[in-house]
Design a protein. Structure first.
Length: 277
C-alpha cells in the first residue's frame, strides 16, 4: 500500500500530488531543476568563438520566469462595472550570472556593448581631448561615442533565451523569450569581509514569450525507460510528449509473458513487475 492509506485515514496531499502514482507528474516543480540556453544573432562578434550561435549557459545562479500583465481596464456599463483585458505585457526577466574566472558572462557583456555601442575596449586617446564640436566635427569626422546604427537583421543580439524546467526524465517545460534586450547590468560589490561568489544581476526585456513542452531531443530516454512510462498521463497533465516504455532495462509490468533468464518477478504496491537482475 502507498502513502495515501499508510499516513492516516485519509491523506489529501498524497492523493492530490500523486504520491502513489508510478510517475509523479502531479508533484510541484523544484526551483533548482532548470537550465538556460541562449541563441545569438549570427552577426554578433565574440572574442571567444567557442560559444557558437546556440549554447547552454551553465554559469547561472538563478533565472526568473516572466510575469504577464493583461492590461485590465474597468469600464462602466450603465453602472455595472466590467473588467476588460486590453493587452498582454511581458515583465523583464532577471538572470543572475556567476562572475567566473574564465570570464564567460563578461565576454557576453562586452559583446553586447560592442554590438550596440563602442564597447568596453575603446582606445584611451579618445579621452585625451575635451572638445568634441571642433572643425572636424562639422566635416563629418566620426568619433567613438554614442550608439551604433544597427541593421534590421542585427537588431537583437539575444534573439532567443530558453529557460528549461528539466524536472523529470520524461521531459518538462520550456519558456522561449524572443527578441531580448538588456535593460541593465548590476555588478556585485567587492568586500574583504565576504566569501560569497561575485554575481552579475541582469534584466532582460523580451518582446514575446512562448510556453511549451520539451522536444524528444531534450528527454533522457534511458531514465524514462527505467521509470517504465506506460501511459500518456505525463503528456496530458504536464504538457510533455508521450514516451514509449523501454523494456530492455529497468522494470516493466508483468503481463503473463515468459521471463528471460536474468529476470524475476517482484510485487510492488500490490502490482507484479518484471525486474532485471
Amino acid at each position: 500500500m502507498g502513502l495515501t492509506s499508510n499516513t492516516g485515514f485519509y491523506n489529501p496531499a498524497a492523493e492530490h500530488f500523486g504520491v502513489d502514482d508510478p510517475v509523479m507528474v502531479k508533484a510541484p516543480r523544484m526551483k533548482y531543476q532548470f537550465k538556460l540556453e541562449i541563441v545569438l544573432n549570427e552577426n554578433v562578434a565574440m572574442e571567444d568563438n567557442s560559444f557558437g550561435r546556440t549554447f547552454i549557459f551553465d554559469r547561472v545562479m538563478s533565472a526568473s520566469l516572466p510575469d504577464f500583465d493583461y492590461g485590465m481596464q474597468t469600464l462602466n456599463q450603465y453602472n455595472r462595472m466590467r473588467h476588460i483585458p486590453t493587452k498582454m505585457t511581458i515583465s523583464p526577466t532577471s538572470i543572475s550570472f556567476y562572475d567566473t574566472k574564465d570570464n564567460q558572462f563578461s565576454t557576453l557583456m562586452k559583446a553586447y556593448a560592442a554590438h550596440y555601442f563602442q564597447g568596453h575596449d575603446m582606445d584611451s586617446k579618445n579621452f585625451s581631448g575635451y572638445e568634441i564640436l571642433n572643425a572636424k566635427f562639422a566635416a563629418g569626422d566620426a568619433h567613438q561615442f554614442g550608439a551604433k546604427s544597427i541593421s534590421s537583421d542585427s537588431r537583437f543580439m539575444f534573439e532567443e533565451i530558453r529557460i528549461y524546467n528539466t524536472d523529470t526524465a520524461q521531459g518538462g517545460r520550456v519558456t522561449n523569450l524572443y527578441n531580448n534586450m538588456m535593460l541593465n547590468v548590476q555588478a556585485d560589490t567587492l568586500d574583504f569581509g565576504a566569501s560569497a561568489p561575485l554575481i552579475y544581476n541582469v534584466s532582460f526585456q523580451s518582446e514575446h514569450a512562448n510556453i511549451g513542452s520539451l522536444g524528444s531531443a531534450d528527454i533522457n530516454a534511458t531514465q524514462a525507460g527505467q521509470q517504465n512510462i506506460l501511459s500518456t498521463v505525463a503528456s496530458t497533465v504536464a504538457n510533455r510528449p508521450a514516451q514509449q516504455a523501454v523494456t530492455s532495462i529497468g522494470q516493466r509490468i508483468f503481463r503473463g509473458e515468459t521471463l528471460r533468464s536474468n529476470e524475476v518477478l517482484r510485487n510492488i504496491d500490490g502490482q507484479t513487475f518484471v525486474i532485471s537482475n
